[in-house]
Every structure is written in structure tokens, then in C-alpha cells.
Design a protein around this ligand. Structure first.
Ligand code: CO
Length: 292
């Protein structure tokens, strides 16, 4: 049974062209293999106000964009173009290098409206950092979802309630969007060799803590259940499954992935293992060796 070992609060920062994101503190130290968990918005834009992230490069990891509200368009140096609408997932493996832009869709820019979603950075192992870029897109209509006893889940990566994702990941990743009604319960398996965490972005949840009296004292001294509130990232202990209960209507992400146990050198849009590799990334980008 996994319990909560740490709760990381979030703060609001501005990214890209100035869009507002809610981000856990100390993202540099957050659990492998996740490098960044940004909740974009929610923000209500007036006509002509919506902002995005103009052309910029990435190397050495994957960017996952999941939209809940709004409309974005994207374009990259590999020739992928398209738009993201609510419920759509874009899983972009930057690998050896990609240059892309993530902007509000033209129509959305004109009308304005609510934007809400996530951008998550997933690290790549050293052996895969320079892989060919790869692009996967799952529209809302093809996205695996399940609804059972007041629990709704979209399986972006991994498995939940018997439903599997249709995204191919380089390392084993779990990424699930869950909505739970008040008074419901979910038991989620998270393979014991993966790091696990939960990010709550609406309502609040309780995580059962079944440590026996012989194990070490509970981290928060609060008995058998730990509350996680809106805007908190809960880091989970080792174990095989987690039991989540809801006292109010709640919404959260379950994330899991392996400990890479490799040095992380990050500078802006590049995440490598050594400083030399970061210098190389800048030099390759400046010399036009990113676009194919
Ligand atoms: Co980007």
C-alpha cells in the first residue's frame, strides 16, 4: 500500500509568451522521471488576449500537452501541424531536437475564452536522449476513458480500471486524469518499481495509509488517512497500489514513472546529463542542426 510521504505546494509563475501556470515548488527536485508539471490556467482571456509559447527548441526529453479548456495550435520543425481541443493529448518526444510553437488557435485568439490544461515534461534516459523526434496525438474522441461507480478516468498513459492507454512511451509512464464524485473510492495499481505522485487541481482527496504500527511513524501524524487539497502535489511512498477517497467532487492527475538514476543537467528548454551536452545543444541549435 502506498501512502503519502511528502506534500509539495504549488505557486503561480508566468511562462512562454506570458501565460499563467501553477507549478509545484522545487520542480528541479521533483521525482524522476518528471521534470515539470505545469497546470496552465485556468484563465479567462478576453478577445485578442490569449498568449502561448512562440517558436522554441527542446532536446533530451518529452513534452506532454493535455488540454481541458481552450483551443491551441501547434507546429514543429518535423512538419507536424494541428490543433488541440479539450480532451486532446499531444505527446511529443523531442529526442535529439525539435523546434515548435504552441499558440492559441486563431479563432480562439479572436473570441477569447477559458484556457486550462497541463504541460508535463518527461525525462528520457541517457540512451534515448538523442533519439529521432517522435510525435503522437490522441484526439478526445479516441482517448481511452472509463466511468465506474462515480469515478471517471482518462488513461493518457498506463492503465486504470482495466482501460489501457494508446500512447507509446519510451519508459513505463502512468498518467491518468481522474474525476471523482463525493463519497467514491478508487484503488489504483502503480507498479512497485515506479515513483508515484498525485496532483490535485479541484476539490480534495484522502489517501489511505495502511502502515502497520511496527513501521516508522506516519509523516504527518494524522492517523490513517492523508488529505490532499487543490493545488498540492503528493509524493507517494513505495508500494503496489493506492486507495483514494473523495469527500467532495475532485479532480486530479495520477503520475508514475521509473527512477532514472542519472545526472540531470537542465538549462531552459534542454535537459541532458552533462554540461558539455547542454553546450552542444546550444551550439547545434544555433547552427541549425535541430530542424531536419
Ligand atoms: Co515547448
Amino acid at each position: 500500500m502506498r501512502s503519502v510521504v511528502e506534500i509539495v505546494p504549488t505557486h503561480v509563475v508566468r511562462e512562454g509568451g506570458g501565460f499563467k501556470v501553477r507549478r509545484p515548488f522545487n520542480m528541479g527536485k521533483v521525482l524522476s522521471p518528471f521534470l515539470l508539471i505545469d497546470e496552465m490556467g485556468p484563465v479567462d482571456y478576453g478577445p485578442g488576449e490569449a498568449v502561448g509559447a512562440p517558436w522554441h527548441p527542446h532536446r533530451g526529453f518529452e513534452t506532454v500537452t493535455y488540454l481541458l479548456d481552450g483551443r491551441m495550435r501547434h507546429e514543429d520543425s518535423e512538419g507536424n501541424t494541428g490543433e488541440l481541443n479539450p480532451g486532446d493529448v499531444q505527446w511529443m518526444t523531442a529526442g535529439r531536437g525539435i523546434i515548435h510553437c504552441e499558440e492559441p488557435h486563431d479563432e480562439f485568439f479572436k473570441t477569447g475564452g477559458k484556457t486550462h490544461g497541463f504541460q508535463i515534461w518527461v525525462n528520457l534516459p541517457a540512451a534515448n536522449k538523442m533519439m529521432e523526434p517522435r510525435y503522437q496525438e490522441v484526439p478526445e474522441s479516441e482517448s481511452p476513458t472509463i466511468q465506474l461507480d462515480g469515478v471517471w478516468a482518462r488513461v493518457i498513459a498506463g492503465e486504470c480500471l482495466g482501460e489501457s492507454s494508446n500512447i507509446d512511451t519510451v519508459i513505463p509512464i502512468t498518467l491518468i486524469h481522474v474525476k471523482m464524485e463525493k463519497g467514491t473510492k478508487l484503488v489504483q495499481k502503480i507498479e512497485s518499481d515506479l515513483n508515484g505522485m498525485i496532483y490535485v487541481f479541484d476539490g480534495g482527496i484522502l489517501i489511505e495509509n495502511k502502515m502497520s504500527v511496527r513501521t516508522r511513524p506516519l509523516p504527518f501524524g494524522l492517523g490513517t488517512r492523508q488529505a490532499i487539497q487543490n493545488g498540492e502535489l503528493a509524493i507517494l511512498s513505495e508500494g503496489e497500489e493506492i486507495t483514494i477517497q473523495c469527500t467532495s467532487r475532485s479532480e486530479f492527475l495520477i503520475l508514475a514513472g521509473p527512477e532514472l538514476n542519472e545526472p540531470v543537467e537542465r538549462y531552459g528548454p534542454f535537459v541532458m546529463n552533462t554540461r558539455e551536452e547542454i553546450h552542444q545543444a546550444f551550439s547545434d541549435f544555433q547552427n541549425g542542426r535541430f530542424a531536419s
